[in-house]
Design a protein. Structure first.
Length: 326
């Protein structure tokens, strides 16, 4: 062994050791052949594997910006009647961490990543299982992802790094870049598909009134009752499904009370993203809760006010804890 090098353990389960095959899988997915495959190999190298040497981190930075520009250009041209706020919402729906992570799961990209971090494998494995459940429950149509646990950033990083590798390999030709990479994201979320989905329309209505939907199985047929700022009851979303909307103001408080009751540390709320023009800012908060079984993350929906965003995150965490029976 060379001085200063470290011995690597056995490869992670499911890892594609044949790097030529790993590169070939990405090329088949993109229908694009790299002139410089070293860029692609770098995009598929996590910092835990590189031991401080080259990893995908710089490419991920570039890919984030390249995708932002490509989607902005596409949405601007495809939606001539939309204002900046609506365009921002559409762009966020297509390239949020939640969406990119699902792209990585759908195309099975994580096994291609060179890494040496078992805790990361466990975290990603947990998320993949929840996404599978999400698909079974038909929550995948929500514009920012239907899973109530925060997507591991590494999954979004892989997509952004691969995108950057394409961008560099095609000499920063944004048109060629978009033609190649859009295959990863299809079907794209558009104005039409957002409004065709009852879940998306409900989420939009709730956000306007600072509320969040709760779903319960019921055979009772209900009608719209009361002030929409207080309650919404409706049927037709699915067989026997009643949708109830609760005031967001209670969710953060309820989460704090539950953590205190179970003798867990106080939840940690963190601003993940602030986006949109000055007249239509959107805030997105994540929540971290440490339990006796491990630490869990959840991310709320974009909201027009910080307090709504925090409570949206709190509501997502409450859903996760209930689902995990903690």
């Amino acid at each position: 062994m060379k001085p200063g090098s470290r011995k690597r353990g056995p490869p992670p389960p499911g890892f594609v050791e044949d790097r030529s095959e790993a590169a070939a899988r990405v090329e088949r997915l993109l229908q694009y052949r790299f002139h410089d495959r070293a860029l692609l190999e770098l995009a598929l190298t996590h910092q835990s594997f590189s031991g401080g040497a080259a990893s995908y981190q710089r490419l991920e930075f570039l890919g984030d910006a390249a995708l932002d520009l490509a989607f902005s250009d596409f949405l601007y041209r495809a939606n001539p009647t939309l204002g900046p706020g609506e365009l921002t919402t559409l762009r966020a729906a297509n390239i949020s961490t939640e969406k990119l992570a699902r792209v990585a799961v759908r195309h099975d990209l994580y096994p291609l990543l060179r890494r040496a971090c078992p805790p990361l494998d466990l975290l990603v494995g947990q998320f993949i299982e929840l996404v599978k459940q999400e698909l079974e429950d038909d929550f995948s149509t929500a514009p920012y992802g239907g899973c109530v646990v925060k997507a591991p950033k590494v999954l979004a990083d892989i997509v952004e790094a691969i995108a950057a590798a394409v961008y560099m390999d095609c000499k920063s030709d944004i048109e060629k870049f978009w033609k190649v990479t859009r295959r990863l994201f299809e079907p794209l979320i558009t104005v039409e598909t957002m409004h065709e989905q009852p879940m998306s329309m409900l989420n939009e209505l709730c956000q306007k009134h600072g509320m969040v939907p709760q779903f319960k199985e019921s055979k009772k047929v209900s009608k719209l009752l009361g002030d929409p700022k207080q309650q919404v009851l409706t049927t037709g979303v699915g067989p026997g499904l009643v949708v109830e909307v609760e005031d967001l103001r209670e969710c953060k408080q309820k989460l704090n009370e539950q953590c205190s009751k179970k003798h867990w540390p106080k939840p940690i709320f963190k601003l993940e993203k602030e986006d949109g023009p000055a007249h239509d800012r959107k805030f997105m908060y994540s929540v971290e809760v440490e339990t006796q079984n491990g630490t869990y993350f959840a991310r709320g929906d974009p909201m027009s006010r910080v307090k709504y965003a925090e409570n949206s995150g709190g509501q997502k965490m409450l859903e996760l804890l209930l689902k995990l029976k903690l």
